[in-house]
Ligand binder design. Structure first.
Ligand code: COI
Length: 375
């Protein structure tokens, strides 16, 4: 990628968005970087650079660049700090043995980012801009993409209201950034079953709310129930729908799937209150291609509990970008505490995990054109 393209227009000669690179004056030494890449704990280590752009009402997106990773100078009146007008995405870059680096279906993240922006009254970032920003950042920090099995470079694009203004309206100055963090397994236990606490009476999202958008507020709302899950010896919290308090919706950072003995995979439908997960979609696509029946529908907790007691429910697992596929070994809540399967990863979760991670790493054929070359 050229580093001499015009910074003012923020586009390359062909009109494509261009993120002008201003290299870090003092990047990590190879020795420091290698230390950081050894067994990285999710979300704790960041690369040398970040990508950014700014939107202003009236003039649109500009000031695209890749520059040294550094703390932000933010006005204390920046609207995001007061009213939470913010969205984000999560996707991963995978290194292959030939030195190339690939992302998994990034155009779906771009589309969801635009949909989240619409719901939070933020400006939409065009898909070409989203892809150009992650490509430019990964090109600058290609040495940071870990290569060991189970590792990747986690990319975190986000956008927030940067205008210094305390009136309640959508901001007229908005910042977009992408940061990158080498990542191993999201859960320290790796591909081992986790325990889930079903929150009773506390909800993540309601009808007409922001549950379908990837915004920080949804995650803030999950933190207190998450503490209650931990107090009950569980690793994660699962939310019920706010309207009836009877339907399983989603786990704080993952979608939920239930496998019955006949091999059918059941998952809550996209009703607007749960996230349209890229991994969820891909898992459902793989299931359908493998001839596995799939139902996307309201999923009553009572039906799943009955199924666990009768043996009709064979497996439960969760999926998401960060956590990939995570088997669930225990489902607990007020008045119930049940083991799922034998408390071990089930065969459906295992097969899907192998297929999905194989496609992502390039060790299984990408027959659907899901992988997108970044470097
Ligand atoms: C992701 O899977 O990318 C997520 O957004 C989960 C994250 C909040 C850790």
């Amino acid at each position: 990628m050229s580093s001499t393209a015009p910074a003012l227009s923020g586009t390359a000669g062909d009109g494509a968005p261009h993120y002008h690179r201003r290299p870090h004056p003092g990047p990590c030494s190879p020795a420091e970087r290698n230390r950081a890449l050894t067994a990285p704990v999710f979300g704790t280590v960041f690369t040398d650079h970040m990508a950014r752009a700014r939107w202003r009402a009236g003039t649109g997106w500009d000031e695209r660049r890749v520059e040294a990773y550094a703390p932000l100078a933010l006005d204390p009146a920046a609207a995001v700090l007061h009213y939470g007008q913010e969205i984000f995405e999560g996707l991963k870059a995978y290194a292959r043995e030939d030195g190339s680096v690939w992302a998994f279906r990034p155009e779906l993240n771009a589309a969801r980012f635009a949909a989240s922006a619409r719901r939070l009254a933020l400006p939409e970032l065009p898909e070409a801009d989203f892809l150009a920003s992650i490509q430019a950042l990964v090109a600058a920090d290609a040495a940071w993409v870990p290569g060991a099995p189970g590792t990747s470079l986690y990319l975190r694009p986000f956008m927030f209201a940067a205008e210094a203004f305390l009136g309640v309206r959508s901001a007229r100055v908005v910042d977009y950034l992408v940061i990158a963090s080498p990542a191993g397994a999201y859960f320290p236990s790796g591909f081992e079953p986790v325990s889930i606490w079903v929150a009773d009476g506390q909800h993540r999202a309601g009808p007409g709310g922001t549950g379908g958008a990837k915004c920080g507020g949804n995650y803030a709302a999950s933190l207190l129930p998450q503490q209650q899950a931990a107090a009950n010896g569980c690793a994660q919290v699962c939310f019920l729908d706010a309207a009836t308090n009877t339907l399983l919706e989603e786990i704080g950072s993952m979608n939920l799937l239930v496998v019955t003995c006949d091999g059918t995979v059941h998952t809550p439908g996209l009703s607007g209150t749960i996230l349209d997960g890229v991994t969820r979609r891909s898992v459902l696509d793989l299931c359908r291609e493998q001839g596995r029946p799939v139902t996307e529908r309201p999923l009553p907790l009572a039906e799943v509990l009955d199924g666990l007691r009768s043996g009709q429910v064979a497996e439960i697992f969760a999926c998401g970008t960060a956590a990939v596929i995570t088997p669930i070994g225990r489902l607990a809540g007020s008045g119930f505490d049940l083991t799922v399967g034998a408390g071990r990863p089930g065969p459906v979760a295992q097969v899907l995990h192998e297929e999905l991670t194989g496609i992502q790493r390039g060790t299984r054929p990408d027959t659907r054109g899901w992988m997108y070359r970044l470097v």
